[in-house]
Write a protein that binds this ligand. Sequence first.
Ligand SMILES: Nc1ncnc2c1ncn2[C@@H]1O[C@H](COP(=O)(O)OP(=O)(O)O)[C@@H](O)[C@H]1O
Ligand SMILES: [Mg+2]
Length: 263
Amino acid sequence: MPPRPSSPPRRAAGKPAPEAGVPAAGKATGKATGPVFGGAAAARAHGRFITFEGGEGAGKSTQLRRLAEKLAERGVDVVTTREPGGSPGAEIIRHVLLSGAAKPFGSFAEAALFAAARADHLAVTIRPALERGAWVICDRFADSTRAYQGAAGNLDPALLDALEAATVGDTRPDLTLLLDIPAEEGLARAAARSGTGADRFEREGLTFHRQLRDAFLAIAAREPARCVVIDGRDEPDVVTKAIWQAVSKRLPLPRARRRSSRA
Ligand SMILES: Nc1ncnc2c1ncn2[C@@H]1O[C@H](COP(=O)(O)OP(=O)(O)O)[C@@H](O)[C@H]1O
Ligand SMILES: [Mg+2]
């Protein structure tokens, strides 16, 4: 399923977006005009794009918050966001997808809706943030589509590749953190998590979730330059440390801020 960070895109420094689904830098969805991947080259020149991937209950949302806090402490301009969703228009599509309303139309229709949501999210939230030099951390992204609609949803990979090329273009993540956990453990965590009931994807059976795990691991094995597999079974602090090591090794970090006063 898609993520459920408790909030739509927001500045990590504790400055929530003015209203749900409206990123601080974003405008109304209808503004997302022009070439779908226009501006990507400029975006790549400045900000950093990190995605969290993995199955249900792997710890993505928990660890995304922690990473955003640590980066903000370093003085990084951080934007946290999620998929499906992350812009006003995409949040509407999120509801259609996660409620299960689109399920009767089949995997292709769902993949097309994910693509539409992603195009808007990129145009309205992600690319503008990268262009101003922010680090964008996204809870799920294109790998989830490959895993959920591809491997587990039985859609032709060539079709998914075409959709991905048309939506993502050059705005590929600099780093993808794959939190890996056995499907049973992740689902048990997700079930114990407080909040709303299971969504359309969480309601799928164990076989589906096992396929997802394999699909995510296969993506990471194919793209080791972009993906780092993190053991999601560890204690939260251990996971946080592994993530921080991966981020600092792969992406140059600004120096830590000096404390202005001494104890
Ligand atoms: N490393 C961990 N060990 C045990 N429980 C965890 C760990 N990370 C997260 N959790 C708990 O598991 C549940 C799912 O975590 P969450 O971050 O929402 O996962 P995801 O976003 O990947 O679905 C939450 O209740 C969270 O507090
Ligand atoms: Mg989550």
